[in-house]
Every structure is written in C-alpha cells, then in structure tokens.
Design a protein around this ligand. Sequence first.
Ligand code: 5RP
Length: 224
Amino acid sequence: MELKKMVGYKAAEFVEEGMVVGLGTGSTAYYMVEALGKRIKEEGLTITGVTTSSRTSEHAQSVGIPLKDIDEVEKIDVTIDGADEISADYQGIKGGGGALLFEKIVASYSDKVIWIVDESKLVDKLGAFPLPVEVVSFGSGQLLRLFEKKGYRPTLRTDEDGQTYQTDSGNYIIDLEMNEITNPHQLGEWLDGLTGVVEHGLFLDCVHTVIVGYEDGPEVKDVR
Ligand code: 5RP
C-alpha cells in the first residue's frame, strides 16, 4: 500500500464515536478523509468534521462527512493533518499545500494533533523544504525585498497557470529557501512580528502524535 494511504487509514482509526475532527489538507490527509468516509458508511460512525481548506471541504462532503464551521464547535477533539517536514525534536513545517493559516487555527483549538507523513518527511533539522509565509497582498513586494536582504531567497508562489497563488483567505504565499533553520522559535517570533505577515509555516510545539509510514508498516510515536 502507498505510504501516504497507509498512514491516512491508520490515523482514521484514532477517531471515536461523536468526535469533532479537524480535517487537514494535502495528499496524505486526503486518504484520512477517504478512510473516515468509509467508516461512516460501513460502521455508522457519527462524527463532525472541521476542515482546513476549501479543497478538503469538497472532498469531505463528497465522502459523506458532516461538516461544521470552526466557529460552530466548542472545540476540536482531534486534528489529523499532513506535514512537509518534521525535525528530530518534532517541530514541523507545513503549508506546502497553501493551507497553513486555517491549518494552524484548527490545530490551535484542538485537544490533540496528529501528523501523518511518509518517512521521507523526517529530517534532522528543519529548512530543506521551503518555508511558506502567508502575507497580505498589499506590501508583499516590500516583504520580498526584506527577505531577500536577509538571504532567505524568497519566491512569490504561483499557481499552475503562472498566476500569483491565492490562499482561501485571498492572501499570497512567499516561500523562503532557508536550507537549515537553526532556531525555529526565534525565526517564528521574528516572522510573527512582521507587519503584513498573516502566518508562517513553522508549527512549533503543537503535535501530540506522529504517524510515520515505512515500507514495513506505520509507526505511531506519541511525542507529547
Ligand atoms: C498543506 C499542508 C500539507 O499538510 C503538507 O503540504 C503535506 O502535504 P502532502 O501530504 O500532500 O505531502 O501543510 O498546507
């Protein structure tokens, strides 16, 4: 079985009757949504989904997962999402799929956060994967210059038609080629303090369980 499918289906086993479930975005989270749809049909599982993107909303609806807006639920019991990179101390980069803002909001109102990845996403230190930074369009050129001066080799993300990529909130994404992020907390705080930055893809101290897909099966690591 494909590793992404393996961990997506494994993670769906963690969902219990009556739970409010945060549904992540991306090609790995896709399988978790598919698996939950199957459990609803085959076991009569009753859950409520809170999605992290319009893409995931469409998919979840198509497989029969009842959805609520994040503001309609008291809290989220568990959120299951993919990641672009996970370091040896379980910090993460997310946002390769452009959904980092909603993903971080949903994760921060969740009792438990599970990341599902194939083994290729595990790294010693973060930074080989370009760090996504979501910015408002106004002044985004100034932020590009600032990142350039810092040596972060920024790129304004474009879509498949070569147009500037827009997030579900209508913002832009600047991807930073950091190579190695020596102090993720310091970098995260600096980015948080920049006017015009809406959110960044450093997901720090937020994951509880990581499910890693290896050729010989999934490994569940409880990390906090
Ligand atoms: C989307 C994300 C995804 O979780 C991340 O990009 C991993 O995606 P995939 O499972 O397709 O490799 O953060 O914003």
